[in-house]
Design a protein around this ligand. Structure first.
Ligand code: GLU
Length: 462
C-alpha cells in the first residue's frame, strides 16, 4: 500500500452508480469538494461499482454529468471495477493472515441459526462455525460442491464458541460527531467476498482508501457502524486509518425521511425545474450548519466557510421552498453578463435594463420569458375601472416612453384624479400586465411602448 505522498489532504466522493444522484448525496459530494478546495487537497471521484447486478456505466456517466453541471471539479476518477487486481492482492494477504476465512453456510442455514439464536434470547450474530472447521471438514464441504464466501474475522471477544459475545468497543474521534464507539461484539464477522468472487463495498472501500492515501473520509452517518469494521480492516492491511467525518442525513421539512421522494430530488430533476447550480451547491454546503443558508456564487467563498465544527449533528432539514427562495435570491444578485446568453436563447431581447427590471420577481431564470411576453406580445388587459384607465391613457406624457415616464405620468394622474397608492397603481398594473403582481412597472414601460400602453388601457388586446 502506498502512503499519502504529501501532507495535503486526500478525500473521495464514492457514489455507487446504481441510480442518479439526489440532493442527499450531493451534500456529501459538496462537503468533500469544499474541504479539498479549502485545504488545497485532492478530490477523487470514485465509482463504487463492484455490484455487477446493480451498477451501470450509464449511471456513472449521468452522475458525472450532474456533478459537472453543479460546477464540482475533481482531480481524478477511479472505478472499482478496474481495480480488481488490487483487491485480489489485499484479499490474499488477509487470507494468509487468517483474517479472511472461508464460510460454507447457505443463506438458509444462516437464517435457521439466526432463528434459533433469537429463540434462545441471543443476538443473531454469526457463530463462526466455519472458522472452526478442520481442513478435512473444509475439503469435504468443497467436494460436496460448496463454494465458500469469505468473512472478515473481527478482532473481538466473540471467539468463545459457546459464549455470548462480550462488548468490544472500537473508538475514533469523528470530526463532526465527536468521540464515537461501535461495539464490534454486537456484529457478525462481515462477508467481504461473495461466493461468486465479487467483493463487497466495505472491503474494496478500505483497500482503495488505503491505496489512494485518503486522509479524510467525509460521508453520511449511515456509515458509522461500517466505520467500526473498516477501522479494523485498515489495521489488518497495515494501513493508517484516515480521519472520519460523518454528517447527518437530510430529512424532509417535517423530519420525515426523504427516501421516497428521491426521484423529484434528483439533481437532474432540480436542473430541469430550472434551479441554478449555485443555489443547489450553496444549499448543500450550508444546510445543517451554523451558517445561514444564502446564495454564494463563488466556490472559493463557499469553501472559505467550510468547517467541520459548523456542521450540526442533528438531521439537516431539507425544505424545497427554502431552496426555491434561495434560487430567487441568487437570481436577484446575478448581473446581466452572466445570464445574457441564456436570455437570448429564451428569445428575450431586452438587454440589461430588462434583466434588471425582472430579476427580482422570478423564481427561476426562464420565468423571465413570461415577463418578456407581457411586454412584447399582445395580451388581454384586465380593466377594473374603464373610466380611470381611459383618463390615465389620455394623461400619458407625450414623446417617447422612457425610464422617466412612469414617475412623471403617475404624478400627473395623481394630481388630475386624486387617486393614490394602490387605487392608482393596481388598475394600471392590471390593465398593462393583466396580473396583480410583478416587477416594478417603471422599467417595463419603455419595453411596452406608447401604442401598447394606450391600447391596453383602452381595453384592447395588444
Ligand atoms: N459507495 C458508498 C456509498 O455510496 C460510499 C460510502 C463511503 O463513502 O465510504 O454509500
Amino acid at each position: 500500500m502506498s502512503a499519502p505522498s504529501s501532507s495535503s489532504p486526500v478525500v473521495r466522493f464514492a457514489p455507487s452508480p446504481t441510480g442518479r444522484i439526489h440532493i442527499g448525496n450531493v451534500r456529501t459530494a459538496v462537503l468533500n469538494w469544499l474541504f479539498a478546495r479549502r485545504e488545497g487537497g485532492t478530490l477523487i471521484l470514485r465509482f463504487d461499482d463492484t455490484d455487477t447486478e446493480r451498477a451501470r456505466a450509464e449511471f456513472a456517466e449521468a452522475i458525472t454529468t450532474d456533478l459537472t453541471w453543479l460546477g464540482l471539479t475533481w482531480d481524478r476518477i477511479a472505478r472499482q471495477s478496474e481495480r480488481t487486481e488490487l483487491y485480489d492482492r489485499a484479499a490474499e494477504t488477509l487470507k494468509r493472515d487468517g483474517r479472511l476465512y472461508p464460510c460454507y453456510e447457505t443463506p438458509e442455514e444462516i437464517e435457521r441459526r439466526r432463528r434459533l439464536q433469537r429463540a434462545r434470547g441471543l443476538p443473531p450474530i454469526y457463530d463462526r462455525a466455519s472458522l472452526k472447521l478442520t481442513d478435512a471438514e473444509r475439503e469435504a464441504m468443497e467436494r460436496e460442491g460448496r463454494v465458500p464466501h469469505w468473512r472478515f474475522r473481527l478482532n473481538n471477544s466473540g471467539d468463545d464458541p459457546a459464549g455470548q459475545p462480550e462488548s468490544t468497543p472500537i473508538a475514533w474521534d469523528d470530526l463532526i460527531r465527536g468521540h464515537q464507539t461501535v461495539d464490534l461484539g454486537a456484529l457478525s464477522d462481515p462477508v467481504m467476498i461473495r461466493a461468486d468472487g465479487s467483493y463487497l463495498y466495505t472491503f474494496t472501500s478500505v483497500v482503495d482508501d488505503a491505496d489512494m492515501g485518503v486522509t479524510h473520509i467525509i460521508r453520511g452517518e449511515d456509515h458509522v457502524t461500517n466505520t467500526g469494521v473498516q477501522l479494523q480492516l485498515f489495521e489488518a492491511l497495515g494501513a493508517d486509518a484516515p480521519q472520519f467525518a460523518h454528517h447527518s442525513l437530510l430529512v424532509g421539512a417535517e423530519g420525515q425521511a426523504l427516501s421516497k421522494r428521491l426521484g423529484d430530488l434528483a439533481i437532474a430533476a432540480l436542473r430541469d425545474e430550472g434551479l441554478e447550480p449555485q443555489a443547489v451547491t450553496s444549499h448543500a454546503a450550508l444546510v445543517g450548519t451554523s451558517d445561514a443558508i444564502e446564495p454564494v456564487m463563488n466556490p472559493d467563498d463557499l469553501a472559505a466557510r467550510f468547517a467541520f465544527e459548523k456542521i450540526s449533528r442533528s438531521p439537516a432539514r431539507f425544505d424545497q421552498r427554502e431552496l426555491a427562495q434561495l434560487n430567487a435570491r441568487l437570481l436577484q444578485a446575478l448581473d446581466f453578463e452572466s445570464v445574457q446568453e441564456r436570455l437570448t436563447d429564451l428569445g428575450i431581447a431586452g438587454g440589461a435594463p430588462f434583466w434588471r427590471a425582472v430579476r427580482g420577481n422570478i423564481g427561476v431564470l426562464r420565468d423571465a420569458q413570461a415577463w418578456w411576453t407581457v411586454v412584447s406580445q399582445p395580451l388581454t388587459p384586465d380593466i377594473e375601472d374603464a373610466a380611470f384607465c381611459t383618463r390615465a391613457a389620455e394623461l400619458l406624457p407625450d414623446g417617447p416612453v422612457t425610464d422617466e415616464t412612469w414617475g412623471e405620468w403617475t404624478r400627473i394622474i395623481k394630481a388630475e384624479t386624486g387617486a393614490k397608492g394602490k387605487a392608482l397603481f393596481m388598475p394600471l398594473r392590471k390593465a398593462l400586465t393583466a396580473q396583480t403582481r410583478g416587477p416594478e412597472l417603471q422599467p417595463l414601460l419603455p419595453f411596452m411602448g406608447r401604442e401598447r400602453i394606450v391600447g391596453r388601457l383602452s381595453g384592447e388586446t395588444v
